[in-house]
Design a protein around this ligand. Structure first.
Ligand code: NAD
Length: 246
């Protein structure tokens, strides 16, 4: 297992699900983790429970707050962009608000956070950026994921563009494409269908392994891509999807 000692990792949407598991796994490997989330109380609780994690409230949609927080920190070695949101619907269900929220939270926030973090990384000639996309993106279509899939595809495009621009400057940028993973927002979406068990069974059926992923299983890939063991890898999208995209 690699050590991340001496590295500072900044994680967005770190209070729950994949972001939380990533913050915990990065800290377990010795990184100093700045866990950020719009739910400041929840990241404070996480920081109080786990050594190596400090908490900051951050709404990634607030451009000024993003800039203020990141420029107040020493240069980062690791950035994990995890904030995201699912709009459930086809193109005909998607109005301008759903489109804008999908792209603001899933794509534009990632652009802003990464833009704020990059100068420090460039100064030290070292940085690994890990973007949480989705297998539902340019990798795969899924029913009722029009705005979601389009905005997650944008993440893969940004990942490759950033990787190409900074490959000789010591900066790596990769994306992870999870299949369906247990998380609070997934629970909410299952409840919102009105038939939790049927919706859960449908999500499991999409995964050839017949189960949902665990946030920790995504966090392992985050740690691999964040650290020096993956030093020869950049600009890639890694599926961790229970076989959905086979
Ligand atoms: P989640 O959706 O349960 O939790 C998301 C967290 O984001 C919450 O703590 C919430 O407070 C925070 N958040 C919401 N809006 C925010 C904002 N404006 N600024 C900062 N934080 C904000 O967690 P999850 O399901 O693990 O999803 C995390 C990421 O993984 C998302 O980008 C999601 O699209 C992606 N993903 C999830 C799955 C899945 O099945 N769970 C699959 C593929 C990709």
């Amino acid at each position: 297992e690699q050590t991340l000692a001496g590295k500072t990792a900044f994680v967005t949407a770190a209070a729950n699900g994949i972001g939380r598991a990533s913050a915990e796994a990065l800290a377990a490997r010795g990184a100093a983790v700045v866990a950020t989330d719009i739910d400041g109380a929840a990241v404070e609780t996480l920081a109080a429970q786990v050594d190596g994690i400090s908490a900051q409230r951050l709404d990634v949609l607030d451009a000024d707050a993003v800039d203020a927080l990141i420029t107040s920190l020493p240069p980062l070695q690791i950035l994990v962009n995890c904030a995201g949101w699912v709009h459930d619907g086809t193109i005909l269900d998607c109005d301008d608000d759903a489109w804008d929220r999908s792209f603001d939270l899933n794509a534009k926030a990632l652009f802003r956070v990464t833009k704020a973090a990059l100068p420090g990384m460039l100064e030290q000639g070292n940085g690994s950026i890990v973007n949480i996309a989705s297998i539902v993106s340019s990798e795969k279509g899924a029913p009722r994921r029009f705005a979601y899939g389009a905005s997650k595809a944008a993440i893969i495009g940004m990942t490759k563009a950033i990787a190409a621009d900074y490959v000789t400057a010591g900066i790596r940028c990769n994306a992870i494409c999870p299949g369906t993973v247990q998380s609070p927002s997934l629970e909410d979406r299952l409840k919102a269908t009105g038939d939790f068990d049927k919706a859960l069974a449908a999500f499991k059926d999409r995964q050839p392994m017949g189960r949902l992923g665990k946030p920790e299983e995504i966090a392992e890939m985050v740690c691999y891509l964040a650290g020096d063991l993956s030093a020869f890898t950049t600009g890639q999208a890694f599926a961790v999807d229970g076989g959905w995209s086979i």
